[in-house]
Design a protein around this ligand. Sequence first.
Ligand SMILES: [Zn+2]
Length: 453
Amino acid sequence: MRFVVLFLCRNKYYHFLMKFVLLIVAVLFSITTTSPAQTAKDFAADWDKQHVSSLPPSNVRHKDLQKYLEQLKKIGLKVAEVGRSYANREIYQIEWGTGATRVFMWSQMHGDEPTATTALLDMFAFLQQNRAQPWVREMEKALTIRAVPMLNPDGTELFQRRNLQSIDINRDAAALETPEGRLLKKLRDDWSPAIGFNLHNQNSLTTVGKTPKQATISFLAVLGNAGGKTNDGHERNKRICAVMTLALENFIKGHIGRYDDAYNPRAFGDMISAWETPVILIETGALHNKDEQFLVKLNFVAYLSALKSLVDKSESAANPKIYDALPFNNSGNLFNFIFRNASVVNFAETSEPFTADVAINAERRREGESAPTYIREIGDLSVFSGLEEFDAKDFYLIQKNGLLRMGASGEFLFYKKTRKIDWTAKDLEKTFPPDAIFSNGKWTRGEKLLKKL
Ligand SMILES: [Zn+2]
């Protein structure tokens, strides 16, 4: 009362009070009605500051997942064991939000495809801890998100694609012979989500269209039928893929591809779409000289951009042509390493040198583990690219065991061509110490001797 009286009186405090009240009203108005638009760059900055993950995704074992989930439970997230793997490891589901639109996400159906598991953990922690932000509050009211991080914990333990039965769970959607596949189907069938996100990693040498650029992220709005007939869910998913593409172009322009939609009635992406939960496939590749955590951040940005577009309905205005215009993925045009114009001495077969380019690729391994390399192409490789290329024109190149052939180990000895070497010498490496040695993707001798191209 006293305040009102004061307010109504034209005393000397009147102008000051009016200004104060207007300021308060303005602040309240801005908080309640105009929550600042979250951009992809904001999401990336949020991840930088707030991610809870600490391990590189490839090093997250089942026990590490359990520790992360304990952290999520402590901050109030719903985490439940929903099933067991073939080796009886717990499989979990995280739930957040109370909204009517049901979103279902699952990761690491393939044990050696870990990026999304970590990105999901970071996303849930972020959403839970930022519930006071208006846009998060809106999301909480609009969506219920359920996610299964690490559907294949046995494969994860062994860092292999398949489960412990050696079955590819992603080819078990019809047969349902794996406990993990049966669980995934049950979780979908019991809940009938409106949208599904099928989260994988693709080969790091997958390229975008005809370019030698790595496909760092690839999308597919899965159709879910053999006839190519579209539907509302599929069209919506194309628009959401467009939203994610625009978001990620801030960071990896030119490194985004898409998959050709070849219907596979054994694959979960297709079948879950067919069971009326239209699926978006997100495949994470790699970007040369960027670490696994960078890829986690990209996933985090993509998920939040997609989910936010569902909440504020911006997906309905998105242009599906942006998705349609993404080049299809390609493979076989990019190698980890190419040694160009080497004088190859295949001394187990012949001591006559010949000129060839030699390409090798590294196998997929956990971060910190040395990845073995194998010869994947020999000859004129002028139409192909390497993530790293070396000029070997002044060198003889010898495979460590003397036999340069497809599939042999990518361990090479290099000798300057000015040297006289007896290729028939017993224990060549000892008798004629090489000038440079390349082994398991690294120079172990003579680093920088061969010019980088
Ligand atoms: Zn996969």
